[in-house]
Design a protein around this ligand. Structure first.
Ligand code: R5P
Length: 292
């Protein structure tokens, strides 16, 4: 076993952490978390960070503000106990969709959230929502993104045969849907979406082929309305089988129920849950190999 690197994963993503440690033949520890009666956290490592590259893995999603605090506390432990380098792998990083000041005096959270993690030497984020801003590096010199588009393309290749095309439900999804379609040599249809509020969107129709199956790919599935718009349009045009694949399945409220009325649903495990069937650990392994 190589003792140069220690994977320290929060409980929700400990499966991912274990798979990474096994693939790289390095040490693994699950970070222990417990609440004090007043709601504060107590965080503990079960292995020593001393003189190691410590990789802290967290999915900063359910109750994101609390996940942020526990992540900062974990970084503090690694520093105090003399880690050589402390790397954050955020399988999901929240606050990325507010990527400008949309109106006067509102928060540009994509920029400021990275300042919170300034104690890390490196911040690696899986497919952050980059739209107006094209790279994590321009938000913070310590930050970078890795993509799981190859992992998704492989999954589709293994599990879906034949007669399907890809749909990107809005222009922001093009960076994933078009890339995955290209990897699979499939046609892609990118929809034009206008958002009128958190729960109200409208997409312009594109013309689809009646005899085909469609896989709709988006980065984030939040309320599900973006996908529902695309699915309704595809159904109205006589599409056969429909499948939705999301990288990050936030699946707020009854998003999954709404989607399942039209399509089968799959996500990656950047946010663990019932639909998280596509494992992203190979993409993280590939990136961490460069640190060893
Ligand atoms: C937006 O630009 C993202 O790519 C997703 O399409 C969006 O976050 C999905 O949100 P919802 O599921 O609430 O429509």
């Amino acid at each position: 076993m190589n003792k140069k690197m220690l994977i320290a994963a929060f409980p929700e993503v400990s499966d991912i952490g274990k798979r990474i440690a096994m693939a790289l033949k390095i040490e693994f520890t699950e970070i222990e978390t417990r609440d004090f009666p007043d709601g504060e956290y107590k965080i503990k490592f079960k292995k020593s960070p001393n003189n190691k590259i410590v990789v802290i893995i967290n999915s900063i999603t359910k109750d994101p503000d609390e996940r942020i605090v526990e992540t900062i506390l974990a970084e503090g432990i690694a520093r105090d106990y003399k880690a050589k380098k402390v790397i954050l792998v955020a399988t999901y990083l929240p606050y990325m969709r507010q990527d400008t000041h949309f109106v006067h005096y509102d928060s540009f959270s994509a920029k400021h959230i990275l300042e919170v993690f300034a104690g890390f030497d490196r911040i690696i984020v899986i497919d952050p929502h980059l739209h107006r801003i094209k790279s994590m590096h321009s938000l913070s010199p310590k930050a970078e993104s890795i993509t799981v588009d190859g992992v998704i393309a492989n999954y589709i290749k293994k599990n879906f045969r034949g007669n399907f095309e890809i749909i990107g439900p809005d222009s922001e999804s093009e960076q994933w849907s078009a890339k995955i379609a290209q990897m699979l040599h499939k046609k892609v249809h990118i929809l034009n979406k206008t958002r009128f509020g958190d729960n109200k969107i409208k997409q312009k129709n594109v013309s689809l082929n009646k005899s085909k199956n469609y896989i709709v790919i988006d980065d984030i599935i939040s309320t599900g309305h973006t996908l529902i718009g695309a699915l309704k349009m595809a159904k109205e045009q006589g599409a056969k089988k429909l499948v939705c694949i999301g990288i990050h399945g936030l699946l707020i409220g009854n998003a999954n129920k709404m989607i399942k009325e039209y399509a089968s649903l799959l996500t990656t495990n950047t946010i663990p849950g019932k639909y998280a069937k596509i494992d992203v650990s190979p993409a993280i392994v590939e990136r961490l190999r460069k640190e060893l």
